[in-house]
Design a protein around this ligand. Structure first.
Ligand SMILES: Nc1ncnc2c1ncn2[C@@H]1O[C@H](COP(=O)(O)OP(=O)(O)OP(=O)(O)O)[C@@H](O)[C@H]1O
Length: 861
C-alpha cells in the first residue's frame, strides 16, 4: 500500500515537473516571438522604455510628468468657475455625497429591521420595511442621476477638449505640418477622436470612483467611531483605526509592487489600434489603384499583420489582468472580510460594562441591541471596504489614465509646436551615396532640422523676391543651397527640371507650407496665391462648391450665371447638364475623369482670380488645345502664371524660365521659346543617336563575324575595353548619320564607300529588291506603299551601313536608280524614265558593279 502510494506520488511529481517545464518553455518561446514581432513595428526607443524596468527616479519623474500633464489638461477642461463643466462637476459631487448619506441611513435601517425580528416586534418590523421602501425611491433616483450626470460631465469635458484641439489643429496649417514636417504623431486622426473620448470618459469615471469612496470612508469611520464610543468600556477605539491603516498599507503596497504598468500597456494598445485604422483608411483612399493592380493580397497581409500586433498587445493586457485581478480579489475580498470581522469583534468581545438593553424584561441580556449594532457595523464596514477597494483598484485606472493623458497632452503639445514652426522629425535618409545612382537629384548636404527656421518672411505688396533662400526638405536634405530671384506679377514663369529637383518645394516655400530656414523671402499675403496641383482636391458638396472652393455658398461673390461662364472658360459647361445642375451633390473625386477634375480645379482660378496661380503639372490630363485656351484666358484675366510642366506646348504662354538642374544649381532667365525649341530638338536628336549605340556595336560584331575578324576584341573584353571600342566605333562612323531618324537628305559618310561595308538592299515581293522604305521593284515593275514590302524593307533600319542596289544611275528622281524596264526609283518615289532600258540595266548589272556608286536609302525620315 505504501509503495503504491509512493509510486503514485512519484508519477504525480514527475508529470507536474514536466508540465511546469513545458509551461516555462512555451512562455519563453512566446515572449521571444512577441519581442521579435514587436520589433517589426515599434521604434527602438519605445521598445527600450517599455521593456526596461524603471528606476524609482524615472517613476517619480513619470508621476511628476503625469501630474503636470493632467493639471494642464484640467485647465483646458475647466477654464473657469462659471463654466458648464464646473457646474456639472459640482452637481455630480452633490449626488455622490447624497448617496453616501443615504447608504449610512439604509445601513441603520437594516439594523432596525434585524432588531425588530430578534425582538419579534411585527409593528416595528413593518414600519422599518415601509421606511426602507420609501427611501428606496430617492435612492434609486440618486443612483441613476449619478450615471446620468457622469455621462453629461464626460460629454461636456470631451466637447471642451475637442473644441480646443480642433482650434489648434486647424490653426497655422497645423494639419499639414503635423504630418508633413513633424514625425511625432503617427495618427492625429485617432488622437483627435478616440484618444480624447477615452481620456475624458476615464477621467470622469475615475472622479466618481475616487470622490465617493473618500466621502464614504470619512462618514463611515465617523459613524463607526460614534458607535464604539457608545460602548464606553469596550476596546477598539484605538486598535481598530491602527489595524485598518496596517491592512490598508499591506494591500496598497502589495498591489503597487505587483501591478503591471497598465498606463504604458494601454497607450501602446491605442497606438497600434490607430495604425491599424490608418491602414484601412489608406486602402479606402487607394482602392482604385489597388483594384487595378489586384494588389489586395499585399494590403490584406499588411492589415492582418497590424491586426496581429494589436491582438498581441490586447492579449498581453488581458493576461496581465488575470493575475492582477486575482491578487486584488484575494486581498480586497477575503483578506479584508476576515479583517473586518476582527474589527467588529474587538468592541464586542472586549466589552465588560453593564448589559446593554432597552428592554430589561423581554431582552435582559441586550441581545437584540447587540445584533442591531453588529448588523449596522457589518453593513458600514462592508460599505467602507467597498469604498477602500475602489480607491485601491483605481490605481490601475489611474495608470491607464496616465497613458491616455500622455497621448492627449502630447497631441496638444505637438500641435502647439507645429503652429509655432518648431518641428521634430526622425531623419529618414542618411547615406548620400545611396542616392547617387538611384535618383536624378543628389542631396548635397543634410542639415539638422529639429530647430527653428531662421529665415525671414517679409510681406511685400506684390513681388516675390527670394534672397539666398535654400530649399530644404522636411528630412533636412538640401535640394538647393541658395535661391535668389525676383518675380513680378507681369511675369509668367515656367519652372522645369528633373524629378525631385525641388520645383514643387519652391511653391511650398513661397506659399508658406515649408519653413524658410535662412535668407529672406519677400512675398505678398498668402491670399494672393492659388495652387492647382496635378490631382486637385474635390471637397464634399455640390458642383458649385467645387468651383468656389474654399469659399462656401454663404460667402461666394458670384452668381450662377457667372459660374457657368467660368465653366465655359475651362470647357466644362456640359458637365452641369450631365450631372443635374450646379446644386448636384456627388462624390466628385470618383465620378469625374482625371482631365475633368483638372479642368474643374483650373476653374477655381477664374473664380478667385489670384495674383499668382501656382500650377503644378495641373494640365497633364487636359488636351493640348483646351489647355492652350485656358492659359490664354487666365493671362487675359491678369493672373500671373507660375507653371511647373514638362510639356513644351506650354512654353509659348510664359515669359521667364526658372530651371533647376537637379544638382542644386538653377537659372532664371527670359524665356526664348524659339531657341528653346531648337535646343530641345537637338537634344532629342542626340538622345536618339545615343540610343542607337548598342545597335552600332551589335552590327560591328556581325560584320566582324562575317569577315572572319577577331571578334573577341569587341565582345569579350571587360567593360572598359568595350567602352573604348564603342568610342572608337563612334568616332569611326561619326562622319555620317547612321541612325534611323536622320533628317531628310541626311548623308552617310563617304568614307564608308568601301567594300568592307557593302551589303545588298533587302529582298521583297516576288524576287524583288527594296529601293526605299516602302518601294519594292522586280523585273516586272515597282510596288509602292504595300505593308508587306514596308515590313521587309524596314530591316534596313537596323543596318549601320548603306545598302547597295546594283543598277544604273538615273536622274528623274533624286538619287535614282533604274529599278525595272523604263522605271527610275529613289528612296521616296518612282518615275517613268526612258533611260532605264533593259539593256542599260543589265549592262550595269554584269560589268560595272564595282565602279558604280552605292545606292543608299534612309528608311525612316
Ligand atoms: N513631405 C516631404 N518630406 C520629406 N521630403 C520631401 C517631402 N516632400 C518632398 N520631399 C522631397 O523633396 C525633394 C523635392 O521634391 P519636389 O516635390 O519639390 O520635387 P519636384 O521637383 O516637384 O519633382 P516632380 O517633378 O517629380 O514632381 C524630393 O527629393 C522629395 O523626396
Amino acid at each position: 500500500m505504501y509503495s503504491l502510494r509512493s509510486r503514485r506520488a512519484k508519477i504525480l511529481l514527475f508529470s507536474s515537473s514536466c508540465a511546469v517545464i513545458a509551461y516555462f518553455i512555451r512562455r519563453y518561446r512566446r515572449s521571444a516571438l512577441l519581442k521579435k514581432r514587436r520589433a517589426l513595428v515599434i521604434p527602438k526607443e519605445s521598445l527600450t522604455t517599455d521593456a526596461s524596468p524603471q528606476s524609482p527616479t524615472i517613476r517619480n519623474a513619470l508621476n511628476k510628468q503625469f501630474y503636470h500633464q493632467i493639471r494642464a489638461l484640467i485647465r483646458i477642461l475647466i477654464p473657469k468657475i462659471k463654466s458648464d463643466s464646473f457646474a456639472l462637476l459640482i452637481l455630480h459631487l452633490t449626488t455622490l455625497i447624497t448617496r453616501t448619506f443615504l447608504s449610512i441611513y439604509i445601513a441603520h435601517l437594516d439594523g432596525a429591521i434585524v432588531k425588530s425580528l430578534v425582538q419579534r416586534n411585527p409593528r416595528q418590523f413593518f414600519r422599518a420595511i415601509c421606511t426602507f421602501i420609501g427611501v428606496a425611491v430617492p435612492a434609486s433616483f440618486i443612483n441613476s442621476s449619478i450615471r446620468f450626470i457622469e455621462s453629461k460631465l464626460s460629454l461636456a469635458l470631451r466637447t471642451k477638449l475637442t473644441q480646443h484641439a480642433y482650434e489648434a489643429y486647424f490653426k497655422n496649417q497645423t494639419y499639414y505640418r503635423v504630418t508633413n514636417l513633424d514625425s511625432r504623431l503617427l495618427t492625429p486622426d485617432q488622437n483627435l477622436t478616440d484618444d480624447i473620448e477615452t481620456f475624458t470618459s476615464t477621467l470622469t469615471h475615475l472622479f466618481s470612483h475616487l470622490t465617493k469612496p473618500f466621502f464614504d470612508i470619512a462618514v463611515i469611520s465617523w459613524s463607526l467611531i460614534a458607535m464604539v464610543r457608545q460602548r464606553a468600556s469596550a476596546r477598539g477605539l484605538k486598535e481598530v483605526p491602527i489595524m485598518t491603516v496596517i491592512v490598508f498599507f499591506i494591500t496598497f503596497t502589495a498591489l503597487r509592487k505587483l501591478s503591471p504598468r497598465f498606463g504604458k500597456l494601454v497607450s501602446e494598445e491605442a497606438r497600434r489600434r490607430g495604425i491599424l485604422r490608418f491602414a484601412h483608411t489608406r486602402v479606402i483612399a487607394n482602392a482604385e489603384e489597388i483594384a487595378f493592380f489586384d494588389g489586395h493580397q499585399v494590403e490584406k497581409n499588411w492589415v492582418l499583420k497590424l491586426y496581429d500586433q494589436l491582438r498581441e498587445q490586447t492579449n498581453l493586457i488581458i493576461k496581465k489582468k488575470l493575475w492582477f485581478i486575482m491578487l486584488e480579489q484575494f486581498l480586497m475580498k477575503y483578506f479584508w472580510h476576515a479583517s473586518g470581522m476582527m474589527f467588529i469583534a474587538i468592541p464586542f468581545l472586549t466589552y465588560d460594562g453593564p448589559p446593554e438593553t432597552d428592554d430589561p424584561v423581554g431582552d435582559p441580556l441586550g441581545i437584540s441591541a447587540r445584533t442591531e449594532a453588529f448588523t449596522v457595523s457589518k453593513n458600514l464596514l462592508t460599505s467602507g471596504a467597498d469604498a477602500l477597494e475602489r480607491i485601491i483598484s483605481s490605481y490601475k485606472e489611474i495608470a491607464e489614465l496616465a497613458g491616455h493623458t500622455d497621448r492627449v497632452y502630447t497631441m496638444l503639445h505637438v500641435f502647439d509646436d507645429c503652429a509655432n514652426a518648431h518641428y521634430q522629425r526622425a531623419l529618414v535618409t542618411t547615406d548620400e551615396s545611396h542616392d547617387e545612382h538611384s535618383s536624378s537629384v543628389v542631396a548635397k548636404k543634410k542639415v539638422a532640422i529639429n530647430q527653428r527656421a531662421e529665415g525671414k518672411i517679409i510681406e511685400s505688396d506684390e513681388d516675390i523676391i527670394a534672397e539666398d533662400v535654400p530649399i530644404i526638405t522636411p528630412n533636412g536634405d538640401v535640394i538647393v543651397e541658395s535661391l535668389s530671384l525676383k518675380i513680378t506679377p507681369a511675369m509668367h514663369v515656367l519652372i522645369t527640371g528633373p524629378n525631385g529637383c525641388g520645383k514643387s518645394s519652391f511653391f511650398r516655400i513661397v506659399r508658406g507650407l515649408w519653413p524658410v530656414y535662412s535668407g529672406r523671402l519677400h512675398r505678398p499675403d498668402p491670399s494672393n496665391f492659388f495652387l492647382i496641383p496635378q490631382r486637385p482636391y474635390m471637397c464634399p458638396g455640390t458642383l458649385r462648391d467645387q468651383i468656389i472652393y474654399p469659399h462656401t455658398v454663404a460667402n461666394a461673390f458670384v452668381d450662377d450665371t457667372k459660374l457657368m461662364d467660368i465653366l465655359d472658360n475651362v470647357e466644362l459647361k456640359y458637365i452641369v447638364q450631365r450631372e443635374g445642375g450646379l446644386s448636384a451633390e456627388r462624390d466628385w473625386k470618383d465620378i469625374l475623369s482625371g482631365g475633368e477634375k483638372q479642368r474643374l480645379g483650373l476653374a477655381r482660378i477664374f473664380y478667385h482670380r489670384p495674383r499668382y496661380a501656382l500650377l503644378d503639372e495641373c494640365t497633364s490630363a487636359v488636351s493640348i488645345d483646351v489647355e492652350g485656351k485656358i492659359y490664354e484666358r487666365a493671362k487675359e484675366l491678369g493672373v500671373s502664371l507660375l507653371t511647373i510642366t514638362h510639356r513644351p506646348s506650354l512654353w509659348a504662354y510664359h515669359t521667364h524660365l526658372l530651371q533647376f538642374d537637379g544638382n542644386g544649381r538653377w537659372t532664371f532667365e527670359i524665356l526664348n521659346t524659339e531657341k528653346l525649341l531648337t535646343l530641345r530638338d537637338e537634344k532629342e536628336r542626340l538622345e536618339t543617336q545615343l540610343a542607337g549605340i548598342p545597335k552600332i556595336q551589335q552590327r560591328l560584331n556581325e560584320l566582324c563575324q562575317l569577315l572572319g575578324d577577331d571578334t573577341t576584341a569587341t565582345t569579350t573584353r571587360e567593360d572598359q575595353d568595350n567602352e573604348d571600342i564603342l568610342f572608337v566605333a563612334i568616332l569611326e562612323f561619326n562622319h555620317g548619320c547612321y541612325i534611323t531618324n536622320c533628317p531628310i537628305g541626311g548623308k552617310r559618310s563617304s568614307d564608308l564607300d568601301n567594300d568592307l561595308y557593302k551589303h545588298q538592299c533587302p529582298r521583297c515581293g516576288f524576287g524583288g529588291q527594296c529601293f526605299g522604305p516602302s518601294i519594292c521593284c522586280n523585273s516586272l515593275g515597282c510596288r509602292v506603299g504595300h505593308p508587306f514590302d514596308a515590313r521587309q524593307c524596314s530591316k534596313e533600319n537596323h543596318s549601320l551601313t548603306p545598302c547597295v542596289i546594283n543598277s544604273a544611275v538615273c536622274s528623274s528622281v533624286p538619287n535614282g536608280r533604274c529599278a525595272a524596264h523604263g522605271v527610275c526609283c529613289g528612296t521616296e518615289s518612282c518615275q517613268i524614265d526612258e533611260s532605264c532600258s533593259e539593256a542599260s540595266s543589265q549592262e550595269a548589272d554584269s560589268s560595272k558593279e564595282e565602279h558604280l556608286p552605292h545606292s543608299r536609302f534612309t528608311l525612316l525620315q
